[in-house]
Ligand binder design. Structure first.
Ligand SMILES: [Zn+2]
Length: 172
């Protein structure tokens, strides 16, 4: 459940293009009815800025931060982990932390997850396997090959009496 905070009417969520052009790219414009102003006195009207955005000229929108809330039926639990791990997870899954952790925990609980550790992972990556999909397709290819071998073996078995009659012995 993601929540985008309500927009502050006085903020423009746009950086000042004049300041940006002189190497000061992060000066936010504030809104004053139809005028936008920066702290250094540059002033822009809405129409001009709108046109600049449409033309792809440098007008950076300031991204509003997404605040994630855990789902209503979820309860908090205390878990232990190595120092630094929590910070790394927070950084990596910013804005979708609760949903990611929830999914991982659900998977752990219902045995729908397979753990592959250190050296095995390296070997798998060297074989070009990076995901569950890759593993599945490798296994399917191996199974297909096995079936092809069985078909060929049957053909050899069928030919065996003929080859024997001709004085030839099939090997294998
Ligand atoms: Zn400015």
């Amino acid at each position: 459940m993601n929540i985008v905070p309500t927009l502050d009417e006085r903020r423009a969520y746009i950086y000042c293009p004049t300041c940006a052009s002189v190497g000061n790219p992060e000066v936010e414009l504030t809104r004053d009815t139809y005028q936008f102003r920066c702290m250094f006195g540059h002033s822009w009207d809405y129409g001009t800025l709108q046109k600049m955005i449409e033309n792809g000229q440098v007008v950076h929108m300031i991204k509003s931060q997404v605040i994630e809330r855990p789902s209503d039926h979820a309860k908090p639990y205390q878990v232990y982990m190595a120092p630094g791990t929590w910070e790394k997870i927070n950084l990596r899954y910013s804005g979708r932390l609760h949903v990611t952790l929830g999914t991982a925990m659900d998977a752990l609980a219902d045995e729908s997850i397979i753990f592959i550790d250190g050296p095995d992972v390296k070997e798998l990556k060297l074989l070009g396997i990076k995901s569950g999909k890759d593993i599945l397709s490798a296994l399917k290819a191996a199974r297909e090959l096995e079936q092809q071998i069985q078909v060929l073996q049957k053909q050899v078995d069928m030919l065996a009496p003929i080859l024997r009659a001709a004085g030839l012995q099939p090997t294998g």
